[in-house]
Design a protein around this ligand. Structure first.
Ligand SMILES: Cc1cc2nc3c(=O)[nH]c(=O)nc-3n(C[C@H](O)[C@H](O)[C@H](O)COP(=O)(O)OP(=O)(O)OC[C@H]3O[C@@H](n4cnc5c(N)ncnc54)[C@H](O)[C@@H]3O)c2cc1C
Length: 293
């Protein structure tokens, strides 16, 4: 597809929401271009096993599921390009200019923003410097932790699931939480209970220590009183809640022709099937918009 022509739709993000949206638009005969700054398949690609995606009684790996979605997108001719979208603007004629970090801008009648949501940062000393050097703000580094001492911080499903998965191969896994309560469903809690994960409730990370790579994590009592604790660890996964990236546009309100789908707008309902369905709904809305133009 020529990207210097006016497109019907630009889809930003190649996770489940973006792939579903783009496939739907292409199958309907719309000229759609999907732009992805990282790995196609988004967060879902890194999931070791998805057990709650309908249609796969034994579960399916995230990589395999996303490969199937991508094949379907290609089958219907969705154009896919690597690129990070850094700004969006909408002209008086209703045409969007989608600027990429590298390369030329793309022009389109509509934009589907499917950029997902990233994990929040802790905001403690050492975090920024050691990000990617033992400190992970994502969860798909688990395979590199075999035989190591690792720590997970967070009390939600992502943290609980990650701790239980890591415990299968890591030497020691610490789960650090501010409060004793975990916000995960029973199946995950049962897996955690039998996993050998060492729980450290009532602590917050106050400092991340290391030179060229992570060496230790300093913990302080979440309540404010008590002794500081230091644990040696090779990896720290900070899975403490998610925040969608801001839309890179100077709009006061979302304009006509701009649609959002998936984790970036689904609040607490962050699942592959939800993101895919949301992507399709956004594509359907977009098609009505394009027909009305
Ligand atoms: C630890 C963990 C376990 C999970 N377990 C399950 C599970 O068991 N079952 C389940 O159904 N779901 C699970 N999920 C949730 C599921 O992975 C997400 O809900 C789903 O991937 C969301 O899809 P999405 O397309 O909205 O966003 P994402 O998958 O995050 O994809 C967004 C994509 O947009 C790209 N992007 C962002 N900004 C830009 C930009 N400016 N330019 C270009 N590209 C951009 C990103 O690189 C990314 O690839 C889990 C998530 C985590 C973190």
């Amino acid at each position: 597809m020529k990207t210097d022509t006016l497109l019907d739709a630009v889809v930003v993000g190649g996770g489940p929401a973006g792939l579903a949206a783009g496939t739907h638009l292409s199958r309907a005969g719309r000229s759609a271009l999907l732009l992805e700054r990282g790995s196609l398949g988004g967060q879902a690609r890194g999931l070791e096993r998805i057990e709650n995606y309908p249609g796969f009684p034994g579960g399916i790996s995230g990589a395999r599921l996303m490969e199937l979605w991508l094949r379907q997108a290609e089958r219907w001719g969705l154009a896919v390009r690597a690129g990070e979208v850094v700004s969006l603007a909408r002209g008086a004629d209703g045409v969007f200019t989608v600027r990429l970090k590298k390369g030329r801008a793309v022009r389109s009648r509509s934009v589907l923003w499917c950029a997902g949501a990233g994990f929040l940062k802790l905001g403690v000393p050492g975090e920024r410097r050691l990000l990617g050097k033992g400190v992970w703000n994502t969860y798909d580094e688990a395979p590199s932790c075999a035989g190591k001492s690792v720590a997970v911080i967070g009390s939600g499903e992502a943290a609980v699931q990650q701790a239980a998965i890591l415990a299968r191969k890591a030497k020691t896994v610490y789960l650090i939480t501010r409060t004793p309560a975990l916000k995960a469903h029973n199946l995950l809690l049962e897996r955690l209970a039998g996993s050998g994960v060492v729980r450290l409730p009532g602590f917050r990370v106050s400092k991340i220590v290391g030179g060229k790579k992570l060496e230790a994590v300093e913990l302080k009592p979440a309540a404010g009183r008590g002794q500081t604790k230091k644990i040696k660890t090779d990896a720290l996964f900070t899975l403490i809640g998610k925040e969608p990236p801001g839309v890179p546009a100077a709009w006061l309100s979302k304009p006509a022709g701009f649609f959002e789908a998936g984790d970036c707008c689904s609040g607490r309902f962050r699942q592959v099937a939800v993101a895919g369905g949301d992507g399709i709904r956004a594509a359907m809305r977009c098609m009505i918009y394009l027909e009305d133009l």
